[in-house]
Design a protein. Structure first.
Ligand SMILES: Cc1cc2nc3c(=O)[nH]c(=O)nc-3n(C[C@H](O)[C@H](O)[C@H](O)COP(=O)(O)O)c2cc1C
Ligand code: SF4
Length: 553
């Protein structure tokens, strides 16, 4: 077969919005790497200065610049995989390189090879298999996004429709967009991607904003270490995400949407593409949805590996083919988002929550939470627990009941030394603070936050300095470098945790680490630099003896 030519690739995407990433992926797939000639062809075709394009391409982890780079194994070296021996696996696989947490912490170590994800603990045991389903629901618990996810065939349109799929959309089309926005606001749904912003408020702001076309972006970047819930939702309930996006479009007046999927989920891309094509054929996407005048075109875009692209403005720059630095805010994406036009960026779980909310009503969703807390949250639980996995809990549910009751507790009679919150971004909780309930007010009262709901458990055998060092190494690697408090601060904190340079006495060491962290929190331009010091602050709070040993050793 003659390989597809440069011109054919460029022509294929000419009329499509957000063409840079798919064009680069096509060249990458065709050649197995991005050659200099390919970059020149892209720069010429899209009229991007070659130096800018080079800077952007090399910013991403997964675009190989050497021949056959695409097929070389990429081994996950996230915190949980490190505990399972990722470094040894990395050394054992020919030509392998490390990649940050690739969102499969409820399985053995993931290895990306070309477009396949393999999992295993050694080179010989690597196998391709579906990502894990959530563990069985607990008695007496009612779920929202996971309610039907375990039903066989749920990922197909027929399977989705068997249990009420797209009924929410039919119901919504009998309402006005403003009524739909109000329903979502009344449900109390807040963003599940990290920041917890009320979804109804965001949608109203987009609906009220001037400028067309408006855009819905589904943030499926899921780069936070220890988070793997969006993968599960997309793998097993892709139509739930698509329906959520169509509902968001109807509510806000958007006519186009992008689903921005992280590079590390190649199988998920196929599942989503299939669901989108089924939905289009059934008149659920595209022009005149379900015979109405409402139209919504949805595009799937694959990232290329950069944690910062999960930050919504960075993601927008990435989609637009720019260097994916976060943007200065205000203005916010609700008025100046994709192509400087009104845009709602929402997380996968947020969007997947909307169809059941529309079907069952705002009061139903509110009532799923405990106390004053509205609704549910998927927690990705991993590390030193008997049954890691994705658990959908009522907001306000006790953390310890989740770990000890639902997930079977720690292994081999060990005790919990610490857990992380918000993946890594919330730092650690330990000691008496493990008695929190899973909701923002409770966790924020202990100086952390729930965020996207990744929780990693470390038992009493773990070296918390080493865990903290790895965490800071991740933030230092992923800092985009746009602002110096974060660029330099993450490096300094990483060096101190590695025992490199810096004060040799405890008090000056602590003062320096606290001071660097405070400056980062007060002056960083985005959430990465603001959150990273929670690692060192919580280490100092809960593990002063380990810190003292580390500094004086
Ligand atoms: C460094 C950083 C990484 C982020 N990564 C993600 C991500 O992978 N997925 C996500 O949905 N939100 C992520 N966010 C939050 C987004 O910026 C944004 O708040 C979210 O997508 C909005 O959707 P929601 O309101 O439905 O939560 C990240 C934020 C920061 C600061
Ligand atoms: S805080 Fe860090 S990641 Fe965020 S813009 Fe600044 S340098 Fe980039």
């Amino acid at each position: 077969m003659t390989p597809i030519s440069d011109d054919d690739i460029l022509a294929r995407w000419k009329e499509e919005p957000a063409p840079l990433l798919p064009i680069l992926h096509d060249f990458h797939d065709r050649d197995g790497f991005l050659s200099e000639e390919a970059l020149r062809a892209v720069a010429h075709g899209l009229r991007i200065p070659i130096a800018d394009l080079f800077g952007t391409v090399t910013f991403y982890h997964h675009f190989a610049r050497e021949p056959r780079g695409l097929g070389a194994p990429r081994v996950c070296t996230g915190p949980i995989c490190k505990m399972r021996g990722a470094d040894a696996l990395l050394g054992a696989l020919d030509g392998a390189t490390a990649m940050p947490c690739s969102g499969r912490c409820d399985d053995p170590i993931p290895v990306l090879r070309g477009h396949d994800t393999l999992v295993g603990l050694s080179g010989e045991s690597l196998e391709s298999r579906p990502s894990p389903l959530p563990p069985a629901v607990q008695e007496g618990i009612e779920e929202c996004v996971f309610a039907h996810i375990r039903e066989p065939g749920r990922a197909s349109l027929d399977g989705y429709r068997n249990s009420g799929g797209y009924e929410g959309l039919r119901k919504a089309l009998d309402m006005t967009p403003a009524e739909l926005v109000q329903l979502v606001a009344d449900s109390g749904l807040a963003g599940r991607g990290g920041a917890g912003f009320p979804t109804g408020v965001k949608w109203k702001a987009v609906a009220d904003a001037e400028g067309h076309p408006k855009t819905i972006v589904c943030n499926a970047d899921e780069g936070e270490p220890g988070c793997f819930k969006d993968r599960c939702l997309m793998d097993y309930d892709p139509h739930g995400v698509v329906e959520g996006m169509v509902l968001a479009a109807y509510a806000t007046g958007a006519t186009r949407g992008f689903l921005y999927l992280r590079y590390e989920y190649p199988e998920t891309e196929l599942v989503l593409a299939r669901a989108m094509s089924e939905a289009r054929e059934a008149g659920l996407l595209g022009p005149g949805i379900l015979g109405t005048v409402f139209s919504f075109e949805l595009y799937l875009r694959r990232g290329a590996g950069a944690y910062i692209c999960g930050e919504e403005t960075s993601l927008l720059n990435s989609l637009e083919g720019k260097h994916p630095f976060p943007r200065n805010r205000p203005p916010y994406p609700v008025t100046h988002g994709f192509a400087d036009l009104p845009t709602a960026v929402n997380n996968v779980e947020t969007l997947a929550s909307v169809p059941p909310i529309v079907r069952h009503g705002a009061d139903w969703y509110r009532g799923l939470g405990r106390g004053d807390q509205a609704g549910t949250k998927v927690i990705s639980l991993s590390g030193d627990v008997a049954r890691p996995g994705n658990y959908e809990v009522p907001l306000g549910f006790p953390l310890i009941e989740l770990i000890d009751g639902w997930a079977g507790g720690t292994r081999d009679g060990h005790t919990i030394q610490a857990v992380t919150m918000a993946g890594l971004s919330g730092g650690f909780l330990a000691g008496d603070d493990l008695d929190v309930t899973l909701d923002e007010p409770s966790i924020r009262s202990r100086g952390s936050f729930l965020g996207a709901g990744g929780i990693m458990v470390f038992d009493d055998t773990r070296d918390m300095i080493e865990v903290s060092h790895q965490a800071m190494e991740f933030f230092a690697d992923e800092s985009c470098g746009k602002c110096f408090p974060c660029r330099i601060g993450t490096q300094r904190l990483m060096e101190r945790l590695a025992g490199k340079e810096g004060p040799k006495e405890l008090q000056p060491w602590i003062e320096e680490v606290v001071d660097v962290g405070k400056t980062m929190m007060e002056t960083s331009a985005c959430g990465l630099g603001m959150a990273a010091p929670l690692i060192t602050n919580s280490l100092l709070k809960y593990f002063p003896e380990q810190v003292s040993d580390h500094v004086t050793r």
